[in-house]
Write a protein that binds this ligand. Structure first.
Ligand code: NAP
Length: 261
């Protein structure tokens, strides 16, 4: 009788920033489905229950373990806490890091306050550097050509093109792409792959605050596939990246044709 194949992540550890809701929630579920023990980070008090419910669901559905860490990843010392708690619970080998946490300000670049765009850069870009800097030692210590590790960075079409009232957001998302490519070059020889997912418009809380009529007008006029994407488009891209062992330094953009690379 043929032996059933074990899930790719069985017994391995994945960390995701901003895993409480939206795209992050779908990525947590996918990581669980792939067999990883998942470290779910979130920031806001309002997401505590969401994170706990999600963790329970992943554990029950996929038989994996989870760890929830409340931390504002814009600050280095909070990122240190995530990695410390991860090592304490799951040991000193980390296999997947998904840098996902992100915010928007949606403001013109005259009225925007300095503290707001600095906070956005710290959240959307610096957190990716902090987390990667802190996790790499726990990848390098065991990764190889045969046992690869993955760093998956969530950018945006905004990082590939410009968007009005999103100067700070576009800067952060373009920065992620350069960062991710450089990591791919520097650590590819050690079995660490680094790739970007650059979603188009995906229906989450981030888009629910935008005027829905305007959003639908953009979808029908600017998106060849004429629709706003679902979070599952992004979790499918994550699964592809994790399984695609010859893929590194790339940008995958599920965007309905909104931006053509
Ligand atoms: N939705 C889209 O159309 C779209 C398109 C392109 C790219 N993206 C990118 O996809 C990623 C996820 O976006 P989303 O649409 O899922 O947004 P969302 O529904 O607003 O969720 C954002 C997530 O990030 C977390 N977060 C925000 N700031 C944080 C911080 N300082 N520390 C820790 N966690 C923090 C939030 O935690 P709390 O729940 O605790 O607040 C939440 O889990 C972002 O990087 C976003 O830029 C989204």
């Amino acid at each position: 009788m043929e032996k059933s194949k074990e899930p790719i992540g069985k017994g391995k550890t994945a960390i995701i920033t901003g895993g409480s809701r939206g795209i992050g929630e779908s990525l947590v579920l996918k990581l669980g489905e792939l067999g990883y023990n998942v470290v779910i980070n979130y920031r806001s008090d309002s997401s505590k229950v969401l994170s706990e419910t999600l963790a329970k669901k992943v554990e029950e559905k996929y038989g994996v373990k989870t760890l929830i860490v409340k931390a504002d990843v814009s600050k280095y010392e909070n990122c240190e806490e995530i990695v410390k708690q991860t090592i304490n619970k799951f040991g000193d080998k980390i296999h997947v890091l998904v840098n996902n946490a992100g915010i928007t300000n949606n403001c013109n670049f005259i009225d925007i306050k300095r503290e707001d765009y600095e906070n956005l850069i710290n959240t959307n870009l610096m957190s990716f550097l902090h987390m990667t800097h802190l996790v790499l030692p726990y990848m390098i210590n065991h990764s190889s050509k045969e046992n690869q590790c993955n760093i998956i960075n969530i950018s945006s079409v905004a990082g590939l093109t410009g968007i009005i009232n999103q100067v700070d957001y576009c800067a952060s998302k373009a920065g992620i792409i350069g960062f991710s490519r450089a990591i791919a070059l520097e650590f590819g020889g050690r079995g660490i792959r680094s790739n970007v997912i650059a979603p188009g418009m995906i229906m989450t809380d981030m888009l629910k605050i935008v005027n829905q009529d305007a959003l639908n007008a953009i979808a029908s006029s600017k998106v060849p596939l004429k629709t706003i994407g679902d979070v599952s488009e992004i979790s499918e891209a994550l699964e592809y990246i994790i399984k695609a062992s010859y893929l590194t330094g790339q940008v995958i953009s599920p965007n309905g044709g909104y931006f053509l690379q």
